[in-house]
Design a protein around this ligand. Structure first.
Ligand code: FE2
Length: 515
């Protein structure tokens, strides 16, 4: 009895401290940003000017450093001295600058610090959560569910392929800010523990002064060092994390809408050429293999066959991706999930963040899968593989695949006469298990050549299809051999080939004799 009374009292105390006093300032946004070697930035935005302190350290509740800022409604607080591959715990304390007695400490939060090459990690990609035109301020219900799922999975970082708000030409600066505040109000559940790296979408309306000012004001992103860095530094940029180099492009630069051209294209080539990480991931709003014909984005330069400028630029960008071995391009704009493969590059439209879904287009050459579903994409990275899963807001996996080098092997041979007829004609069956113990999926596996010792002759018609073997997967393979009377043992060598998701053909145990 005594215990239950203590529990009730404790619960009441916790409830009392779980929210700031009703008269205190409101948090509009808390966003971990720019996680870099040794440092990170935390953005804190409030409804009134505030004084802010962040205490932080690498163990829960143990704060070994502190940073403060005062007298502003939007702060960018640098956290320094962070060790690599650590969980950084922080406590945010906020006071109304005009009424310091309102000081309030929020519950502790945490994020992953920078990871050096060789450290495994995970990231997510999502796009197109903007509200509908009929309700252009309040976040879409599907986004609220989606972003909570992303936050619960605690990835190291998240990528956004654009269209976070529904800006309109008539928006005042105040209404633009209200739209961003509504977005961050729904999204801080993620951004307070996961840095969100943005690629701007057309609905941010960078082509209006209000739209450009709002985007640059609300996001704190890495900046590129190209000739237009002073005005466009945050619009396109790159950064490293673990074994991956991330490149964020902008298809929405005023005067270059729907293209990646000019200074950005020059910078892109230089950036890709300078990369030293094994994995290359690109984010851009408009899709390079998007809808065309009479569908919704038919007039965008990259999808409009009649746009000579667009088609040339599209070819130039795709050629760079091929030349430098880009692995995945995350895109948005079309509100569904779709994967297209070109030259071993995975082009993933992840446009199902929460905006009204589109009906699906026809599948074209190179299209692998499409789904009209609210979703995000999760990627788990090691040096040897990128495991990719598209997950809808019901928790269902739309598809999953693993990039990396496949490795095929044969084992568990069992030899037998399958029938009296086979026995009579000396046709021996041998069951094998073929496994893929490599780092990536194997597609279109085929046995292409077989040989045996002691005069034994392979009878199975080659090439013999085996199918697809996912990373870690295995499947049965049966071969037949002509075995002359008197032969009691022999050795076989079997050659197989498969397509890797890197676009290359892989031979096991190597190219067959005579090739
Ligand atoms: Fe868009």
């Amino acid at each position: 009895m005594l215990r239950s009374i203590q529990l009730v009292i404790l619960t009441l105390v916790l409830m009392f401290f779980a929210a700031p006093p009703a008269s205190a300032q409101q948090l509009m946004n808390v966003a971990v940003s720019r996680v870099e070697p040794g440092q990170a930035v935390i953005v804190v935005k409030t409804d009134v000017p505030t004084d802010v302190t962040i205490d932080y350290g690498t163990a829960p509740g143990v704060y070994t450093a502190s940073v403060s800022a005062a007298g502003s409604a939007r702060h960018e607080l640098p956290l320094t001295g962070l060790p690599g591959s650590a969980r950084v715990y922080y406590r945010l304390t906020v006071a109304d600058s005009a009424a310091p007695a309102t000081s309030f400490s929020y519950p502790e939060d945490s994020f992953s610090s920078f990871k050096a090459p060789g450290q495994p990690y995970s990231f997510m990609a999502v796009g197109d959560n903007r509200p509908s035109f009929s309700s252009p301020v309040l976040p879409a219900a599907a986004w609220i569910a989606n972003v909570q799922m992303m936050a619960d999975a605690r990835p190291d970082l998240a990528l956004h392929s654009g269209d976070v708000i529904t800006a309109e030409n008539t928006d005042t600066a105040a209404l633009n800010e209200e739209k961003y505040d509504a977005f961050f109000g729904a999204t801080s559940v993620l951004t307070r523990s996961v840095p969100l790296y943005m690629a701007a979408g057309n609905h941010e309306q960078l082509y209006t002064a209000v739209g450009m000012a709002g985007y640059l004001r609300e996001f704190t992103l890495p900046e590129h060092n190209g000739p237009d860095a002073a005005t466009r530094g945050e619009l396109y940029y790159s950064f490293d994390h673990g074994d991956t180099h991330f490149v964020i492009l902008c298809s929405e630069i005023p005067g270059q809408t729907g293209l990646v051209t000019g200074d950005q294209l020059v910078w892109l080539q230089d950036d890709l050429a300078a990369n030293t990480r094994p994995w290359l991931v690109v984010v851009v709003h408009k899709p390079l293999f998007g809808e065309s014909g009479a569908l919704s984005h038919a007039n965008d330069p990259w999808t409009n066959p009649a746009s000579a400028v667009g088609q040339q630029n599209r070819a130039d960008v795709i050629a760079l991706f091929r030349q430098y071995g880009v692995d995945i391009v995350f895109e948005g704009h079309d509100h569904y999930y779709k994967r297209h493969v070109d030259s071993g590059i995975q082009y993933i439209v992840t446009g199902g963040g929460g905006s009204p879904l589109y009906s699906l287009p026809f599948m074209g050459p190179g299209d692998v899968i499409q789904a009209s579903a609210f979703h995000h994409v999760r990627v788990d990275e090691t040096a040897g593989s990128l495991a990719v899963s598209a997950i809808d807001t019901g928790g269902k996996t739309l598809e999953s695949f693993t990039l990396g080098t496949p490795a095929l092997g044969l084992s568990n041979a069992d030899a037998y006469w399958a029938s009296m007829s086979d026995y009579g004609s000396r046709q021996l069956s041998v069951d094998y298990t073929m496994d893929n113990h490599g780092e990536g999926d194997a597609e279109n596996v085929e046995i292409i050549y077989a040989q045996a010792t002691n005069g034994v002759f392979p009878l199975t018609t080659l090439p013999a299809p085996v199918g697809d073997l996912r990373k870690g997967g295995s499947g049965p393979v049966t071969m037949k051999y002509l075995v002359q009377p008197g032969v009691s043992s022999f050795q076989t060598t079997t050659y197989a080939v498969c397509d890797g998701l890197d676009g290359a053909r892989h031979f096991f145990p190597g190219p067959p004799p005579g090739t």
